[in-house]
Design a protein around this ligand. Structure first.
Ligand code: SF4
Ligand code: SF4
Length: 368
């Protein structure tokens, strides 16, 4: 049974550090081996000062680094910010200042490797450094999220998807939140962080996760070895049924979160927490969403000379986007969610993902 630990805390390092250390000790942090490479993954969404509650507070990051030092291991701060450069986020968040004088490596997630994740999206490209870490300490911020309701432990790991692949995934999953939640849980499962410690001291409510949200004092640090269990307890704390957070529901359905969760500490009762008005998963003007997906994301194409019209692809396609038209197959690229399952199941190697011209141009401009 997963355990979630809750401790009252504030941004006063003399009290925050022991609270953080106690949580880590109770989660088994003493097992971190000497000289192991420990990736610390805060929420570094965008450049913002700590009082905006957009990023994990620098003192929480400092406590994590010092905990790793106590184990004689090697801390590495990593993320792939959605907006702004990694350097800029570290500077404006105050993390660089808070870690001054400490021996720590800063390493932006850059190189991805494809992992077979199972489920709907068979193959997901995830930051190599996240997958190769000896240990990962996931440090999410408690924030609202205008597309997914909340961003907590599981959603924080979407930062392990590098750079522009993030909006590409939004396009691929379309407006289907359940599908996006399942993708997030697949990423959580692939990265499998050893520890998750949530910064819920100054949280965010309203239209998060960026500057449109409003800081809200809650005053807790929460930890668990299972980020989905932690998220579930945060929901209870905020007066939300855990099944209403789609990542929690998906984690249960996918067998990553069982029935019971042990809670060590008191769950504070948070009244009147302001949840966001949930909007589209996609960015930009609504009428352009279909066009953006159609034109920016690689799409499956058939080599008609090789296709044996065996039917495997159209039988398998979850979006029912393939049909036989006489002696050839045809794709409905509006319906296609770019899961590329058809390519994987084609027994004749007749399908491949082809980059669109606008997608190629965008990739060149952004040097992906
Ligand atoms: S699975 Fe491959 S060979 Fe079979 S119909 Fe589809 S594209 Fe053609
Ligand atoms: S056509 Fe291929 S890539 Fe598109 S949804 Fe169907 S299986 Fe997935």
């Amino acid at each position: 049974m997963p355990t979630v630990i809750i401790r009252k805390a504030m941004y006063d390092y003399d009290t925050l550090r022991p609270a953080f250390f106690e949580i880590m000790d109770r989660l088994g942090g003493k097992s971190i081996a000497r000289n192991s490479r420990v990736v610390i993954k805060p929420n570094l969404l965008s450049p913002a000062s700590p009082e905006k509650a957009v990023v994990t507070h620098p003192l929480v990051v400092r406590a994590a680094v010092q905990y790793v030092h106590e184990r004689n291991a090697l801390p590495v701060i990593s993320d792939s910010p959605a907006m702004g450069s990694f350097e800029k986020v570290l500077k404006e968040s105050g993390i660089k200042d808070a870690l001054k004088g400490l021996d720590v490596e800063y390493r932006e997630f850059k190189k991805s490797v494809a992992v077979t994740a199972g489920g709907l999206f068979h193959t997901i490209s995830i930051a190599e450094d996240a997958l190769n870490a000896d240990v990962m300490i996931n440090l999410p911020k408690l924030k609202t999220h205008a597309q997914m309701l909340l961003t907590l432990g599981v959603k924080n790991l979407f930062g392990c998807v590098v750079g522009l692949s993030k909006p590409e995934w939004h396009l691929r999953t379309g407006a289907d939140r359940d599908m996006f939640a399942r993708l997030l849980v697949q990423i959580f499962n692939a990265v499998n962080p050893s520890f998750t410690v949530l910064d819920g001291i100054l949280a965010m409510e309203g239209q998060g996760p960026g500057r449109s949200g409003k800081p809200r004092e809650i005053g807790v640090l929460m930890g668990s070895g299972n980020a989905a269990a932690l998220d579930s307890v945060v929901c209870r704390m905020l007066g939300l049924a855990p099944e209403e957070l789609l990542t929690c529901r998906a984690a249960r359905e996918m067998g990553l979160l069982g029935g019971e969760i042990a809670v060590d500490g008191e769950i504070p009762e948070i009244k009147d927490f302001e949840f966001p008005v949930v909007g589209s998963l996609l960015f930009g003007p609504k009428k352009l969403h279909g066009t953006m997906r159609r034109h920016l994301v690689q799409r499956p194409e058939v080599d008609e000379a090789t296709c044996a019209l065996c039917g495997e692809c159209w039988k398998y396609c979850p979006a029912k986007a393939i049909e036989r038209k006489g002696r050839r197959i045809a794709f409905d690229y509006d319906k296609c969610i770019r899961c590329y399952c058809c390519i994987e199941v084609c027994p004749h190697g007749a399908l491949k993902a082809v980059e669109t011209l606008p997608g190629k141009v965008l990739r060149k401009i952004t040097k992906r």
